[in-house]
Design a protein around this ligand. Structure first.
Ligand SMILES: NC(=O)c1ccc[n+]([C@@H]2O[C@H](COP(=O)([O-])OP(=O)(O)OC[C@H]3O[C@@H](n4cnc5c(N)ncnc54)[C@H](O)[C@@H]3O)[C@@H](O)[C@H]2O)c1
Length: 369
């Protein structure tokens, strides 16, 4: 039996809601049956009708209450609204006893994120945060290789997540709320894409930096949040890192790249060519590892759907999170390697530390918490 999904946000003209809808369907585990797709009830209704969604609600609060009361109510809700609405919506559904699959970052404010921890614990329901890049097969393999010591002792972690779509003062739905601190949070690029890079590095290395020094800039005149961030990282293990997040890096589309370098070997993976990863053992020629190819790890193979040489990417990586969410809900079990509240809180602490450090002239700042 498929599980029943509801959605908050993701109405007509929205971006990520459509991606969640495709991802949820790929493995046939979910059926989308309910939604409060927009804050405008009329738009919510027309969007739901266009998608053939049976139950449309005028507000998320009404939806949480009504779905909790139905015998055939939703098993989980997908939250795909701008950042400031993540916590209020998540709280309403968790308190109604419904599992939550929420997009990142966890919140627009650290204190809201911290308050959610207690709500989630009390509810006993699962909370999954869609840091979708952790669903790629070669990222699962990279995590396994680092854990198995194939790179040796980690020395360097370099993360780039650079785009150019906010190079000029931008208009349009997606740009508008992302550059408004009230809806996006005080972090701009650092929150929108920096948190993805941060989580990806944590996921692969299993380590969280202890301190950072950040230089945040807003290059576009009048923009109230950063559009470029250079961040240096220090790990308790002695490893060093750098994270560059930018939305004004002309010539870059969705250039997320992770390099992890140890004293025995290194890995290099880029999201725009996700079916390959470079692995080098010190002193030996570079190897190109392929998704599903010879030498693919068990963790990587568990996430693929088509044989080696048949490209998979963004939608499939996202779908892996939906498949694993379904498995966790059915098994009434932990969420395994799926990102959740812990990742969300770490991301919020990262944004907070970057803001504090940058305001203090780039001073080395502890992560806190
Ligand atoms: N994981 C990823 O790769 C990824 C990519 C893009 C966006 N995101 C995240 O997804 C979220 C949405 O981003 P987007 O680009 O799709 O934004 P968007 O502006 O395209 O869509 C937001 C939607 O939320 C709706 N909405 C706003 N308030 C609402 C409310 N109170 N009730 C119901 N619906 C409401 C809007 O009407 C709109 O349909 C953000 O948190 C963003 O950070 C994640």
């Amino acid at each position: 039996m498929t599980l029943k999904l509801g959605m908050v946000g993701g109405g007509e003209g929205a971006f990520i809601g459509a991606v969640h809808r495709i991802a949820a369907r790929i493995d046939g585990q979910w059926e989308l049956v309910a939604g409060a797709l927009s804050s405008d009830p009329e738009r919510a209704r027309s969007s739901a009708a266009a998608l053939g969604i049976k139950r449309s609600y005028d507000s998320f609060a009404q939806m949480a209450e009504a779905e909790a009361a139905r015998e055939d109510g939703i098993d989980a809700v997908a939250i795909v609204t701008p950042n400031h609405m993540h916590v209020p919506v998540a709280r309403a559904f968790l308190e109604a006893g419904i599992h939550v699959i929420c997009d990142k970052p966890l919140a627009s404010k650290l204190e809201d994120a911290l308050a959610l921890e207690e709500v989630a614990a009390r509810s006993g329901k699962l909370f999954i945060l869609t840091h979708n890049y952790s669903g790629y097969p070669l990222i699962r393999q990279a995590r396994e290789m680092v854990a198995n010591g194939e790179l040796g002792r980690l020395r360097l972690v370099h993360i780039e997540y650079v785009q150019d779509w906010l190079t000029e003062a931008a208009t349009g739905k997606q740009a508008e709320w992302r550059t408004d601190p009230a809806r996006s949070g005080a972090g701009g690029a650092i929150g929108d894409i920096g948190t993805h890079g941060w989580q990806l590095a944590e996921f692969v290395t299993g380590e969280t930096p202890a301190a950072l020094a950040a230089d945040l800039t807003s290059f576009v005149e009048g923009r109230a949040v950063d559009d470029n961030a250079h961040v240096m990282l220090r790990y308790a293990s002695g490893a060093k890192g750098m994270l560059w997040a930018s939305q004004v890096a002309v010539g870059n589309e969705n250039a997320l790249r992770l390099r992890v370098i140890g004293d025995k070997g290194s890995l290099d993976w880029a999201q725009e060519n996700p079916n390959q990863m470079t692995f080098t053992r010190f002193g030996q020629p570079k190897q190109i590892l392929t998704r599903g190819g010879a030498g693919a790890s068990e963790a990587g193979l568990a996430t693929i759907r088509t044989p080696a040489g048949h490209p998979e990417g963004y939608l499939e990586g996202f779908a892996t999170l939906y498949r694993e969410a379904a498995e966790a809900i059915r098994a009434k079990d932990s969420t395994g390697v799926l990102p959740g509240l812990k990742d969300g809180l770490s991301g919020m602490r990262f944004i907070d530390a970057c803001l504090r450090s940058s305001q203090d002239g780039g001073k080395w700042t502890e992560l806190g918490g």
